[in-house]
Design a binder for this molecule. Structure first.
Ligand SMILES: [Mn+2]
Length: 406
């Protein structure tokens, strides 16, 4: 079982007398007695495969104990089935299972004086109190994130599924958008497409028409889509825990203006040049440097970048991030203060953008153009694979798709 293999692999990376403690999340109250849909903690899920709230895994070379919610007839009638203590050892390949309420008292028997305690900083405060008295405590994430950073075959398959699903939803948005529609109508296409494939949003989607695209984390998604404006959509799904993260920008009326084409071409060139930097042995910061160079050159030629208006007026975020169980996945970008190198199995987004707000020093034809193009890229032995390749991004391909001739 994959989760057992992962626990063993993690233990092999740390001291022989290590005791690892990993918690999942609790349900989060939305209001009154309503909770938000539950989502397990990513590291807990990765190491146990267990998806109920309020559980803690404690494991060492010799023992794996799981603490979970006990069976409760009334609560199960109202809120759904629980695995329960009796069935847990067989289902989760654990040596022992206990009620979560017994955690504090049992923990004392699991820790001995020799143990080096590893725990995830994301773990709950309750845990922090329980282990505050132990003296040899270390943080788990640096070791665990190195494992989560390199995706195995099953993870890559899930990430490809997630990428395909998000790409299909973006394709629908391109074919269905019309001037006069509202941003939420387009957002609803993503809700439906993800939902009917047993998937969810990996993060709150950005559906930003016109000037809204220049607000980087615009999530209101409630304004009308105007003829002549661009629409920027940043939306990805989560499938079997794994996120996709895609951004496309396209004309609401199906035809780019000349000014929009000029800016779009710069972002696309920057994105392609950045993707070429993703290969084994390449330093992880080169993609961003390359994107910045391409954008600086392009915007300077158009007279948009000037002494008063440097690059960071128009491009103020990074070019990519790790992707996996979390949309901004764990994993260090530097090792010993040096930018690390790409290795096969890593997955990173590549997402340069240009955002031109209203400014009297800039030709008005460029005002309120906000463009980002984002793909998800897997590093392979020979270079990389763009997991989101099925979604168009060339100007001609977008226009053909939107006008029904592709
Ligand atoms: Mn992203």
């Amino acid at each position: 079982m994959i989760h057992q293999k992962r626990r063993q692999e993690l233990l092999s990376r740390i001291e022989d007398n290590a005791l690892v403690i990993v918690c999942t999340n609790s349900e989060l109250q939305r209001n009154a007695d309503v909770t938000f849909p539950f989502r397990p903690d990513s590291s807990f899920w990765y190491l146990t495969g267990f998806m109920e709230p309020d559980a803690i895994a404690v494991f060492s070379k010799n023992n794996y104990s799981i603490f979970l919610r006990p069976k409760d007839k009334t609560k199960e009638i109202w809120n759904g089935k629980r695995l329960g203590v009796d069935a847990a050892p067989e289902a989760l390949l654990a040596n022992n299972a206990y009620s979560i309420e017994e955690f504090s008292e049992q923990l004392e028997t699991l820790i001995d004086d020799e143990s080096v305690l590893y725990y995830d900083n994301n773990s709950t405060n309750i845990l922090a109190q329980d282990i505050a008295s132990a003296d040899n405590i270390k943080t788990l994430l640096p070791h665990l994130s190195e494992m989560r950073l390199l995706k195995d075959e099953i993870e890559i398959k899930n990430m490809q599924t997630s990428a395909d699903l998000a790409a299909a939803a973006h394709t629908q948005a391109m074919t269905k958008v019309k001037p006069g529609m509202f941003e939420y109508e387009i957002a609803a296409l993503f809700d439906a497409e993800f939902k009917r494939n047993n998937s969810t949003h990996a993060y709150t989607p950005i559906v930003a028409g016109g000037a809204n695209a220049c607000v980087l984390h615009y999530i209101e998604n409630n304004e009308a889509l105007e003829d002549g404006d661009l629409l920027l959509i940043d939306a990805g799904c989560e499938t079997v825990g794994y996120a996709s993260d895609i951004t496309r920008t396209f004309p609401i009326n199906g035809r780019f203006s000349e000014a929009q084409k000029q800016i779009y071409s710069i972002v696309l060139d920057a994105q392609k040049a950045a993707i070429d930097c993703l290969k084994p042995g390449g330093p992880v910061n080169h993609a961003h440097e390359t994107a910045c160079e391409t954008i600086t050159k392009g915007l300077t030629e158009l007279g948009i970048i000037s002494e008063d208006l440097p690059l960071n007026e128009f491009y103020m975020h990074n070019t990519g991030h790790w992707l996996g169980l979390d949309v901004h996945d764990c994993g260090q970008y530097k090792l010993n203060d040096e930018h690390r190198q790409f290795e096969p199995g890593m997955v990173m987004t590549v997402e340069p953008g240009i955002y031109i707000r209203k400014n009297d020093k800039i030709d008005p034809k460029y005002w309120n153009i906000g463009i980002r193009i984002e793909d998800d890229v897997l590093i392979t032995e020979s270079g990389n694979t763009v997991l989101t390749h099925s979604l168009v991004k060339e100007i001609d391909d977008i226009e053909h798709l939107m006008n029904g001739s592709l």
